[in-house]
Design a protein around this ligand. Structure first.
Ligand code: PGA
Length: 251
């Protein structure tokens, strides 16, 4: 059985002091959550505060991006995967749609960053998802297949076994328009079929596929009841301790 992963993506929100205050409230609310892995991915600047606050707890910390080569160098503004590992990160989100839309992320750089993260000992949460126009014109499966073939399929089976996939329909992110459990389940099933075709049935049965896009305490149970949905990548509802605890404690 796949252990659910409930991961919060804080995007560009909160200071170090806000981070400590969040975990003071959040940790007691999820201390009994043995049914799921729980992670928070804050902005880089808050990683030390988040790692310190969660030390010895059941919550792990991740970053929202990493550089695509594991060397130091003259790359102003970048942070590499070994630095994140040394700072205490477990996870790194790769290829979020906001990186693709606003910062030039491509399937090729998703693949490079994923390999770099794996080589540094981080667990990548690799994001896929279609735009509204793509869904409305019936291109969803084709778009996801292109993203999968470019960003994920070239991994070795050993590398693939270490990643988590997050399906995030772009039209559902931050819009309040959650995909229905049926739409999400259909798409997750299609992604798992791509995995099976490339990496085989065992890999397809083992990989966790998270849903992301307007997940809230009041809609998470319906999503998590679907057989192919193995957790959530949560933006807005991960910013408040009570809300994200409500998502984590979905059952
Ligand atoms: P949202 O964001 O929960 O605010 O829709 C999800 C995400 O972008 O990871």
């Amino acid at each position: 059985m796949r252990t659910p992963l409930m991961a919060g993506n804080w995007k560009m929100f909160k200071t170090p002091a806000d981070t400590t205050a969040f975990f003071d409230k959040f940790l007691p609310l999820v201390a009994g959550a043995a049914h799921a892995d729980v992670a928070i991915c804050p902005p880089f600047i808050n990683i030390p505060a988040a790692v310190a606050a969660t030390s010895g707890s059941n919550v792990t910390i991740g970053a929202q991006n990493c550089y695509w080569v594991n060397k130091e160098g003259a790359f102003t503004g970048e942070v590499n995967a070994p630095m994140l590992k040394a700072a205490g990160c477990t996870w790194v989100i790769i290829g979020h749609s906001e990186r693709r839309q606003f910062f030039g992320e491509t399937d090729a750089t998703v693949l490079q960053r994923t390999v770099a993260a794996l080589e540094a000992g981080l667990k990548p949460i690799v994001c896929l998802g279609e735009l509204l126009a793509e869904r409305e014109s019936g291109q969803t499966n084709e778009v996801l297949k292109t993203q999968f073939l470019g960003g994920i399929a070239p991994l070795t089976p050993e590398q693939f076994a270490q990643i988590v996939i997050a399906y995030e329909p772009v039209w559902a992110i931050g819009t309040g328009k959650v995909a229905t459990p049926e739409i999400a389940e259909d798409t997750h099933r299609a992604i798992r079929a791509l995995v099976e075709e490339k990496f085989g049935a065992d890999a397809a049965a083992a990989v966790r596929i998270l849903y992301g896009g307007s997940v809230k305490p009041d809609n998470v149970a319906g999503l998590m009841a679907q057989p192919n949905i193995d957790g959530a990548l949560v933006g807005g509802a991960a910013l408040k301790p009570e809300d994200f605890a409500g998502v984590v404690n979905f059952k």
